[in-house]
Design a protein around this ligand. Structure first.
Ligand code: GLU
Ligand code: ASP
Length: 508
């Protein structure tokens, strides 16, 4: 920081903690944005590179026969496991948010999270058994919980509240997410044929590069952003909390050690448990926020408006996330993978969503600027998003409906389905994040990023049950029912939109 700037800050004292953090970050250096955005962009780029690379081949790894390098789990169980995995990854954001808020601050949470994630991918890279998969799952779930919500929190910390670059900063960051998600399935999907473990190894290397980047550039680029602990535990509380955590972990370990050999805790029961948690946790969050004495009357009204939006988000993510389970399976089993003279990897389809996001996000951003005040309201955008999501499922129902489920389908059907779903995603994902921060009661602002991710957690928890109904024989009914439900919900939301807008009390 220059001497003149330091002087200016001293002159304008008393200065808020928030502003002190903003001033500590070099405010230019990455496309006209704070230099720290470079660090966070590439950290999240590599983290998502590793996550979506792994996810692109996970379901295949689970159900491919052992002779083909897989674990040989039944297809239906593989689809459910992939769904609860995705659910837990976003559910653990609550734990990550809590640790950052009360113990070590977002920056350290990102670093420790990255280490756990890398170890998780390494565990998968070592040819092993189902046990290795479980160990890796625990590491990646906890690691992502620490990293994902906190890296976005730090992005927010670098801009002052009135900074007009803020939204654009988040858009650039969102591009980083999708660039990572785009590249890795192409690479990981290409090596999957030789060995799944090589693919998971690529994911591990990606996370390693992200960690190195973060560690090397954070001091220079991030200043104080991410370093403060907003609500630190007192020494007394620390003792209590650590004892409780220790006891809790011990009890869970004992329960697992006893119930698994007894056959009481099977994968089936575990999946059901996660489904229940996926729905119960956000419900409890809403009740606690609503009843808290720190929540004002206006905030209460906004919370009520947020509930239908949250439910819509759950419906949307339920469809979007089936892109890496049901549609991945459709790519593998129902699609003609010889196209224009090349052999396509079924994992490559996972690059379509992020590719379309990168392509069309600027168009949507331009459209909102162009429409200005005439653009749809937040609830209307959510309603439209559900229509697109529903439509994407109705599209993929067509080839089976038109020519039966015995013949292989042209891959362009899947391309079209992913494309239409992305239109929905662009109406919901960036809008939802910003609406969440605006509609949240101030007392809960530190945790709100995690609450938004609970929509994805709930969606995939529900998916873990839904996917059990899928098979090539039932596909028409499957896509039709879920796609239809989304469209009906979208229409209801559209009708309710003006009422919801009233409850939002001025938030746009
Ligand atoms: N695909 C986005 C990401 O990985 C959005 C995740 C979500 O909200 O489910 O960041
Ligand atoms: N579009 C997702 C997200 O924004 C990425 C994906 O599903 O591949 O990160």
């Amino acid at each position: 920081m220059s001497v003149a700037k330091r002087q200016k800050i001293a002159d304008s004292a008393p200065i808020s903690e928030r502003q002190r953090i903003v001033d500590s970050v070099p405010q230019r250096g990455f496309f006209g944005h704070p230099k720290g955005l470079f660090t966070l962009f590439f950290t999240e780029f590599w983290e998502r590179f590793s996550y979506y690379g792994m996810k692109a081949i996970l379901v295949f790894y689970l159900y491919y026969e052992v002779s083909k390098g897989g674990l040989g789990v039944s297809q239906s169980l593989a689809l459910s496991i992939t769904s609860i995995y995705g659910s837990l990854v976003y559910m653990s954001g609550i734990i990550g948010g809590w640790f950052a808020d009360r113990i070590f601050g977002p920056s350290q949470a990102v670093f420790y999270g990255g280490i756990l994630i890398m170890l998780g991918h390494i565990a998968l890279a070592i040819p092993g058994s189902f046990t290795m998969f479980i160990i890796s799952m625990v590491l990646i779930v906890l690691g992502t919980g620490l990293l994902k919500p906190n890296v976005s929190t730090i992005v927010g910390e670098m801009y002052s509240e009135s900074d007009e670059r803020r939204d654009a900063g988040f858009t650039i960051f969102y591009m980083g997410i999708n660039m990572g998600a785009f590249l890795s399935p192409l690479i990981v999907g290409s090596v999957m044929k030789q060995s799944f473990h090589l693919g998971f190894g690529v994911a591990a290397v990606g996370m390693f590069l992200g960690l190195v980047m973060f560690a090397l550039t954070k001091k220079k680029n991030l200043g104080l952003a991410g370093t403060s602990v907003p609500n630190p535990l007192s020494a007394d509380e620390k003792k209590k909390v650590f004892t409780t955590i220790g006891l809790g972990v011990a009890v869970i370990a004992i329960l697992f050690a006893v119930l698994i050999p007894m056959g009481v805790l099977t994968f089936e029961t575990f999946i059901n448990l996660v489904t229940i948690l996926g729905v119960v946790i956000p419900t409890i969050y809403f009740i606690v926020m609503y009843r808290s004495p720190k929540t004002t009357a206006v905030e209460r009204s906004r919370l009520l408006a947020y509930i239908p939006l949250f439910i819509a988000a759950v419906m949307f993510w339920a469809i979007q996330e089936q892109g890496s389970t049901i549609l991945a399976n459709y790519a593998d089993k129902r699609t003609d993978l010889h196209f224009a003279g090349i052999e396509i990897s079924p994992a490559w389809f996972q690059s379509l969503n992020p590719l379309f996001i990168i392509t069309f996000a600027p168009l949507f951003a331009w459209m909102w600027v162009k429409l200005g005040k005439r653009q749809p309201s937040v609830p209307q955008k959510f309603a439209l998003s559900l229509l697109f999501a529903g439509l994407s499922f109705l599209i993929i129902l067509l080839p089976g409906y038109l020519s039966g489920t015995d013949s292989l389908v042209n891959p362009l059907w899947l391309v079209l389905s992913y494309l239409v779903c992305v239109f929905g995603e662009l109406l919901l994902s960036p809008v939802g994040l910003s609406a969440t921060t605006k509609l949240a009661p101030a007392a809960f602002s530190a945790q709100i990023m995690s609450v938004w991710f609970l929509a994805s957690a709930a969606a995939q928890a529900i998916n873990a049950q839904l996917v059990k109904f899928y098979s090539p024989e039932t596909e028409t009914a499957y896509f039709g029912t879920i796609g239809g439900a989304s469209i009906v919900l979208g229409i209801i939301l559209f009708i309710l939109a003006p009422k919801i807008q009233d409850f939002m009390k001025g938030v746009k």
